[in-house]
Design a protein around this ligand. Structure first.
Ligand SMILES: [Fe+2]
Length: 278
């Protein structure tokens, strides 16, 4: 279980100055999250602002390119850099995507896995290898996907549960991804997904906005405010989680002024507190 709680905001370079200007004692953000890959080799003023932010808020690490479901050898040099990065900032939480990033090369994209028993075993083995190397449990995140991999033997929820069970790892639930996949593919309705996922393993949540190309094609852009339907899925999940999970607002593009993001972070906290008092 991660050693922090509450409502967090993804840290981005362009937000660094505005976040640093929040007055001492400001309690609008409980933690921040970054992809370690984006910060391993950054220096200068951006690094100084990031270091100051890490003095102020607990840090969660969310990897982008380990390719846990891939067939290239696990990138142990990247993993060593991630381990050192986490140690430097006293970070106790790491999650990665249940996907892969390429074969004989690497995309900066998350590609969908076929939901097969073979992929359960293969991916779980690589997660165990990662956990052994980092010396801690990690969490795997359900991703959005736009192409349903052929030859699947189970649906996405059963696959996620099976990998987590086989690897004995935690689950990082992204409620926007659940919603986007439900609209785009129609396989598992959002509330059914939450009813079926192994909530005892869920330790962390993401919420984000998406873009509607048309009513039947949503793109997980992280470039819009969170839509009401996704807030409803989030509230449904919070009401059912056996323990309270830190939740991060993802916003990667089309960034509004910081106060608008903090309004959404406050809405996360309000839903968390509502679920806590039920
Ligand atoms: Fe996410």
């Amino acid at each position: 279980m991660s050693a922090f709680w509450g409502a967090g905001l993804g840290y981005r370079r362009s937000l660094g100055s505005a976040m640093a200007a929040l007055p001492p004692g400001d309690a609008s953000i409980d933690f921040i999250e970054v992809a370690p890959e984006n910060w391993l080799h950054v220096g200068g003023a951006a690094r100084r602002l990031f270091d100051a932010a890490c003095e102020r808020w607990p840090l969660a690490c969310h990897g982008l390119s380990l390719s846990l479901g891939g067939h290239d050898p696990l990138d142990m040099s990247l993993l060593a850099e991630i381990r050192a990065f986490m140690a430097r900032y006293g970070c106790s939480f790491f999650s990665e995507h249940l996907s892969y990033c390429g074969h004989n090369g690497r995309f900066y994209d998350l590609l969908p896995l076929a939901f097969t028993t073979e992929n359960v075993r293969h991916t779980a083995a690589r997660i165990r290898q990662t956990q052994d190397f980092l010396g801690q449990r990690i969490a795997i995140e359900n991703t959005s996907y736009y192409l349903h991999a052929p030859h699947s033997e189970m649906d996405e929820v059963d696959f996620l549960n099976a990998v987590a069970r086989e690897a004995d790892c935690n689950i990082h639930l992204d409620v926007n991804n659940i919603y986007v996949n439900a609209v785009n593919h129609g396989h598992v309705a959002p509330r059914a997904f939450i009813d079926r996922v192994d909530l005892t393993r869920v330790v962390y949540l993401h919420i984000a906005g998406h873009d509607a190309e048309n009513p039947r094609l949503l793109i997980d852009t992280h470039g819009e405010a969170v839509q009401d339907d996704v807030w409803d899925v989030y509230a449904y999940a919070c009401a059912r989680l056996p323990s309270h999970c830190p939740t991060l607002l993802e916003r990667d593009f089309n960034l509004p002024p910081l106060p608008e993001l903090l309004d959404e972070v406050a809405r996360i906290r309000s839903i968390q507190q509502g679920a806590k008092s039920e």
